[in-house]
Design a protein around this ligand. Structure first.
Ligand code: ADE
Length: 357
């Protein structure tokens, strides 16, 4: 499988070329480079599983995808378009890369905010090879033009390009190879229904159980050649907010701590000590989670209070609170969302050592 993100495969043309497709490709290269940089920072690449069999958790989703892969392979067709939704860090990109690997095709990765102009998306679609996967992250943020280009592309593998303007405008149709669109979103409700309806499979990724995250920590530790006891891995897992990306990030922070303290094996007490230092508490709440909860308690009597009011009082972006922080607080029952606003629960008061006035 080739992952089309680095500039290796999409090298910018040496000669100056002003055709729109090439310009689109050049822009794509910039985006690719950016994604690669982010990935290098997070260094997720080396620790991602490449096969469905190595992917821990999401049992139901794996079963569904195994069937879809076997059926598509049997018919020698690309996979159906797939929409993956759920909170960040649960493995949407990883799953798309796994599908490409299982289907032995390329995976081109992009995100909706990078597809501003029509030629951004046409450039990507034109470059696809039969069976390829096009992964669009944050797909709920696609603009109307990009969406409308995707409709015939998804339905009939056809790209309708408007040439010229006004009354003399003509539509030219270009045949595309059969391909699979994998869309990822944290906000499935924000997708327009025509776009949502064009996905053959719509699947949610769930938060992971502690035992699943423990296995993920152990797997990553083995790849990074870090010694960790079962209880040490479980301690990291418990504080990872049900999220593999966080589990792997915390493992790396604990590894740094152990290295500096010259302790060869990460056990439960070392993991706890390191994570306390990094301000990740026993339920995995970080500084911002606690700020959201304590502000709601101290300034709004625990709610009900609107999201915008919480954002203003904490200085955090409302979207970030809604998409990054709230899902886990709702999942563990520390926050309730009602039509009158957010309410901090008794369990959260207890966790924070606060009493309701
Ligand atoms: N690394 C990150 N997510 C993973 C998962 N679900 N399974 C195995 N390794 C992972």
């Amino acid at each position: 499988m080739a992952i089309k993100r680095s500039s290796q495969e999409d090298k910018p043309p040496r000669k100056k070329n002003t055709s729109s497709v090439n310009q689109a490709n050049q822009k794509q290269n910039l985006l690719s480079a950016k994604l690669t940089a982010t990935e290098t920072e997070n260094n997720e690449e080396g620790i991602r599983p490449h096969k469905l069999a190595d992917y821990i958790g999401q049992k139901e989703l794996k079963q569904i995808l195994n069937i879809a892969i076997a059926a598509a392979k049997g018919r020698q067709e690309p996979l159906d378009h797939l929409l993956l939704y759920g909170p960040p860090g649960l493995g949407k990109t990883t799953m798309s890369l796994i599908l490409a690997s299982e289907m032995e095709v390329n995976c081109k990765i992009t995100a909706a905010p990078a597809l501003e102009r029509p030629r951004d998306i046409t450039g990507l679609l034109i470059g696809l090879k039969p069976g390829d996967i096009l992964f669009i992250d944050e797909i709920h943020r696609l603009n109307r033009m990009a969406e409308e280009l995707l409709y015939p592309a998804m339905e009939d593998y056809r790209l309708d390009i408007t040439m010229g303007k006004g009354q003399s405008a003509k539509i030219r149709s270009i045949k595309l190879p059969p391909f699979t669109l994998v869309g990822a979103t944290t906000k499935v409700g924000s997708l327009t229904s025509p776009l949502r309806d064009r996905f053959g499979l719509i699947q949610r990724l769930r938060f992971y159980e502690v035992d699943e995250l423990t296995l993920i920590v152990q797997r990553t530790a083995a790849i990074l050649q870090v010694a960790v006891t079962d209880n040490g891995a479980a301690e990291i897992a418990r504080r990872s907010r049900g999220t593999p990306r966080i589990a792997n990030r915390l493992l790396k922070r604990v590894r740094d701590y152990a290295q500096v303290k010259k302790i060869p094996t990460i056990d439960q007490s070392l993991a706890g000590e390191a994570l306390d230092l990094f301000n990740v508490d026993q339920r995995g709440l970080d500084w911002t989670d606690r700020l959201v909860l304590t502000t709601t308690i101290e300034q709004f009597g625990g709610g009900p209070v609107g999201l915008e009011a919480i954002a203003a009082a904490t200085g955090e972006d409302a979207k970030t609170i809604e998409e990054v922080y709230e899902p886990y607080l709702l999942q563990i029952g520390y926050l309730n969302r009602t039509h009158r606003g957010r309410i901090v629960t008794k369990a959260a008061y207890e966790h924070l050592g606060k009493t309701k006035l």
